[in-house]
Ligand binder design. Structure first.
Ligand SMILES: [Zn+2]
Length: 171
């Protein structure tokens, strides 16, 4: 059985070293879809409670990425922007839709496993525009958030995204 959940958010980014319009700081309304595979829970007749899945996704998307500026950690814009925003997020790679999908997959896949041993995150698809999307379907080591000004994480705590205890494993 398969279920999906979609949410959207607004975010600024630019592609570092890219010779084209996306090399300039600009924004998109992004959309992300998580695809979950798993058997029906015999008690609930659900794969996983949509509200639990939604909470997990929103924790990262609303809590971190929405109305943020996403930059690659090596971007020279990081220094000058730092004093002017409390929503700056730096990642290990360039800020393409492919990388954003991979970063989200890497955060949500282990979190989902800890919610239920029977479900699998089979895909995270990110739409940068209505017609352009990229999907990640396996964990790739090293593709992660390095720093988020909102949480004031020190740079050394690479990828250690604080997990809220607000969601619980479905019973
Ligand atoms: Zn763009």
């Amino acid at each position: 059985m398969q279920i999906t959940k979609q949410i959207h958010w607004h975010m600024a980014h630019r592609l570092l070293g890219y010779d084209g319009p996306c090399g300039h700081l600009h924004g998109h309304t992004y959309r992300v879809q998580a695809v979950i595979d798993g058997p029906l829970d015999p008690g609930l007749d659900m794969v996983i409670d949509f509200s639990h899945l939604s909470r997990l996704m929103r924790e990262t998307v609303d809590g971190l990425l929405d109305h943020a500026t996403l930059l690659s950690a090596g971007d020279p814009l990081v220094e000058p922007l730092l004093p002017y925003t409390n929503r700056l997020v730096l990642i290990s790679h360039n800020t393409s839709a492919e990388v954003i999908a991979q970063v989200l997959y890497n955060i949500w896949s282990p979190a989902l496993l800890s919610m239920s041993a029977h479900v699998l995150l089979s895909e995270v698809r990110v739409w940068e525009t209505e017609t352009s999307s990229a999907a990640a379907n396996a964990y790739v080591d090293g593709c992660k958030i390095l720093w988020a000004s909102k949480w004031g994480l020190p740079f050394e705590r690479c990828g250690q995204i604080p997990q809220s205890s607000s969601w619980k494993r479905p019973v």
